[in-house]
Ligand binder design. Sequence first.
Ligand SMILES: Nc1ncnc2c1ncn2[C@@H]1O[C@H](COP(=O)(O)OP(=O)(O)OP(=O)(O)O)[C@@H](O)[C@H]1O
Length: 356
Amino acid sequence: MNKHVTGKPAQTAASEEDVIRLSDVRRRFGATPALDGVSLDVRRGEILGIIGRSGAGKSTLIRCLNGLERPDSGTIEIEGREITGLSEAELQPLRRRIGMIFQHFNLLSAKTVEENVALPLKIEGWAKAKRLARAAELLDLVGLTGKAKAYPSELSGGQKQRVGIARALAASPALLLSDEATSALDPETTRSILALLKDINRKLGLTILLITHEMEVVRNIADRVTVLDAGRIVEEGPVWQVFSRPQAETTKSLLSGIRPQLPAHIAQSLTADIAGEAILSLDIAGPAATGPLFQKLSEEFPGGYRLVHGGVDHIQEQAVGRFFIAVPADAAARLVSFAERLGAQVEVLGHVADHA
Ligand SMILES: Nc1ncnc2c1ncn2[C@@H]1O[C@H](COP(=O)(O)OP(=O)(O)OP(=O)(O)O)[C@@H](O)[C@H]1O
């Protein structure tokens, strides 16, 4: 497993800061290991993103967390309480510690917005006046003041998800589990829902676990990311580090849509023959990316280099730069070691005969 350096002290074995702790969780369906030794901590107050291809084990992980699926082996703790051996009755109160939001909102269409939000409290036995007061408070929090008496069919997708969030928060859960919650929304609505989740995370210190196939979601609001592949964690770390220097092939492939890629017509013209120009990828992120990289390259390589493609993104307020540059083939090795000394990660991708 590739672990990125977090810059934080290592978590102790029994940290009280962990809302969820999975240890070597395994779940197999016939010959398929849906979860193959997953160990994972969700720390109090953080937003953790879990990404993975279809079939990586994300849904199985969710079902194990809310007790709908029992692992074959391993342990799952919710706020320090081991759940794998619990009976259905013992699980109920712990299940309520996890609020869930879903891709298709799962609202009751025959009930009003306030009734939907108050439903978990009704199940907990709250008196009507008290639960409607709590629902009103939550509707204010999610920006739906005035919609208490509306029915779900009268709301937009984004508003429905806001109701879903309010309902998930009704019983003050320790963790909000988001299962592809923005996957059915358009980009603008997605951004507004993500802004709301971030706002709630900051205001209430709410811990959020995001399960998603949308890299943008993790990029925009998560603190840490865990990459699942075939039931195993292949990479994890702070989002800006993993997204700037993905190590596992799965992660590189998942991120290909949101990281600059060498334009296809240039990629197709690359050859292994060392001639003409070398095409290099250059990744630089965090503190190293704030230095005068290109000025230094220009000083050191007066013979010139060409910027072919790329740019600088900002993730978690860290600069994340990814560039493709072309240099005369005979200067490539020296440029690689020079740029690496400046903190960049450089790779020679191949050569092109002439200006591509
Ligand atoms: N009840 C089941 N019976 C048989 N195989 C299952 C069952 N549930 C999951 N699997 C298998 O386990 C693996 C992990 O599935 P899971 O649904 O957890 O992946 P996922 O990451 O959620 O995928 P997706 O993003 O497509 O929902 C897959 O190979 C799947 O076919």
